[in-house]
Design a binder for this molecule. Structure first.
Ligand SMILES: Cc1cc2nc3c(=O)[nH]c(=O)nc-3n(C[C@H](O)[C@H](O)[C@H](O)COP(=O)(O)O)c2cc1C
Length: 298
């Protein structure tokens, strides 16, 4: 997740819970015209092996639809040691979808076929994709599935919301269940897995699902993959993450911004009320933010 599950997070997570998460899909790297594979690009730095050796094993993700740039980036990632990249066909941001990127590709199976025909023979890495049910209508996924089935994809991660819903409403599990038997590649379910019970429910209802992907749930409860909620381990993780933010980011302003970004989700891992949590988000001074968080994770 952009701004959240970047390498700083993944390293602290691996330090606190070694091996608990077998894999993380990195926040997307956006294709740009005349893309140059440069370490000036923070999204590329995020997946450099030297930054990731003590992190959760990672699959880089690409957002975009320009075949030449896609091939170039995928092959640079292969040279770095990656043998899988994930194609983001789920991002719902309007600025993205308007350009037929991310979830904006879902209504265009013919365009996806042309892109896959061009990139797959020239990519050295294998490809997995992440999709939604559609941008505007869930029928879109039923037209996309036969296209995806024609290619040797590692997996298809399905987030059963529409792009126009962004992150609101609930995942459409009925539509997910209808499309599931038609997809040939192993299917990974993603969406609103926030508790262990949520994970069990999806496993029970859809035994043919190959795996689960947790998004915001990993921040709502970092101990979720351990199979039990452990508040004291959650507190330890938050302390280590906050320390890493302070030692990594260059200015007080950036530390404050990043701390609040995480805190807006992470506070749910603690036995505190939303009103208490909001005090941190309203605080103007970094010392106040620090003191409040320290109090909550005592
Ligand atoms: C702030 C934020 C950033 C995200 N960035 C990405 C991203 O870079 N790549 C991606 O595939 N999904 C991204 N997502 C979507 C999540 O991976 C996931 O599909 C979505 O949040 C639904 O799953 P959840 O209910 O488990 O969070 C992002 C979501 C949020 C809230």
């Amino acid at each position: 997740m952009q701004g959240l599950t970047e390498v700083l997070f993944r390293r602290v997570y691996e330090e606190c819970f070694p091996g608990a998460l077998p894999l993380a899909v990195a926040p997307f790297i956006a294709l740009t015209r005349n893309l140059r594979f440069s370490t000036d690009n923070a999204q590329i730095r995020d997946v450099l092996p030297e930054n990731n050796h003590d992190s959760i094993p990672v699959v880089p993700q690409i957002l975009g639809k320009e075949p030449e740039e896609f091939i170039l980036l995928a092959n640079c990632l292969y040279d770095l040691g990656y043998n899988e990249v994930n194609w983001n066909m789920g991002c719902p941001m309007r600025t993205v979808t308007a350009k037929h990127r991310g979830c904006g590709l879902m209504p265009h199976p013919d365009e996806v076929r042309t892109i896959l025909d061009t990139i797959l023979p020239r990519m050295h890495t294998r490809l997995s994709v992440k999709i939604r049910l559609g941008l505007k209508e869930k029928d879109e996924v039923f037209r996309m599935v036969p296209v995806l089935n024609d290619y040797p994809l590692v997996s298809v991660t399905v987030h059963p919301r529409l792009g126009r819903q962004q992150y609101t409403g609930v995942p459409d599990l009925e539509a997910f269940g209808q499309m599931l038997p038609f997809l040939k590649a192993p299917v990974i379910y993603n969406g609103d897995i926030c508790t262990i019970e949520d994970a069990h429910n999806i496993r029970r209802r859809f035994p043919q699902v190959a795996d689960l992907m947790v998004g915001r749930g990993i921040l709502y409860n970092p101990t979720l993959p351990l199979g039990a909620v452990d508040v004291s381990l959650n507190k330890h993780f938050i302390r280590r993450l906050m320390e890493a933010i302070r030692t990594t980011l260059p200015t007080e302003e950036s530390v404050m911004r990043k701390t609040k970004e995480y805190w807006s989700l992470l506070w749910k891992a603690l036995p505190i009320s939303e009103m208490e949590a909001r005090k941190v988000l309203r605080a103007q001074e970094l010392t106040t933010v620090d003191n409040l968080i320290e109090e909550f994770i005592q």
